[in-house]
Each structure stands twice: as structure tokens, then as C-alpha cells.
Design a protein around this ligand. Structure first.
Ligand code: ZN
Ligand code: ZN
Length: 112
């Protein structure tokens, strides 16, 4: 067992996706198996994953990672809430119109 571990440590660090040497920059590291990959490779891997864009699995240990795409999520949230927002704005608008018309009516009635 200790032999296997030392063998793994002596292996030159390479990306398990493209099998090329890992540079020092733009790496993605799996928090479970500690394997490192090029960020560009993990992005390709994510998109090739059948579960994309919800989540992807580590190429080595299959640990599932959720994709946090804040911009898309916020846009989707706005799209989903759009009918509610429109109805709310309409209600506020209609309420304003009623209030204003009441004020106008009251001042009109008081003056005459
Ligand atoms: Zn790579
Ligand atoms: Zn992993």
C-alpha cells in the first residue's frame, strides 16, 4: 500500500483529461481526490457531461459538483418572477391612479 502511494507521488503531475503536463496556473483541483486538471479541460469536461449545466462529476473520483452560474441563475429568476413583477407594478400603478383620481374628485367636490 505504501509502495503504491509513493509511486503516485513520484508520478509527474499531468492532467487526467488531456494527459498533458500541468502548468502552474489555471488549474482546477478536486476537493475529494486532490487530482488537478487544466481549467480549460475541466470546462470542456463539464460541457461534455450529460448532466450539464446542472452538475458535473470529477473525471477521476466521480464526486458531483454543482455548477454555480450566478448570472444565468439571476436571469432565470428574473424571467420566472417577471409575471409577478408585472402584476405587482400594475397593481401599484392602478392603486396610484385610483388614489390620484380620488384626490382629484375630492378637491373637485370640495371646490364646488
Ligand atoms: Zn488538460
Ligand atoms: Zn475527484
Amino acid at each position: 500500500m505504501s509502495n503504491i502511494e509513493s509511486y503516485e507521488i513520484e508520478m509527474p503531475p499531468e492532467c487526467s483529461i488531456c494527459l498533458e503536463d500541468l502548468g502552474r496556473h489555471n488549474l482546477w483541483k478536486c476537493k475529494q481526490c486532490n487530482n488537478k486538471f487544466h481549467k480549460k479541460c475541466i470546462i470542456k469536461w463539464k460541457k461534455a457531461n450529460p448532466h450539464y449545466p446542472e452538475y458535473f462529476e470529477c473525471p477521476v473520483c466521480k464526486l458531483q459538483y454543482k455548477n454555480y452560474c450566478y448570472n444565468n441563475c439571476i436571469l432565470r429568476l428574473i424571467y420566472r418572477l417577471m409575471p409577478i413583477i408585472i402584476v405587482f407594478l400594475l397593481l401599484v400603478f392602478i392603486g396610484d391612479i385610483i388614489m390620484v383620481s380620488c384626490l382629484v374628485y375630492n378637491t373637485y367636490v370640495k371646490r364646488h
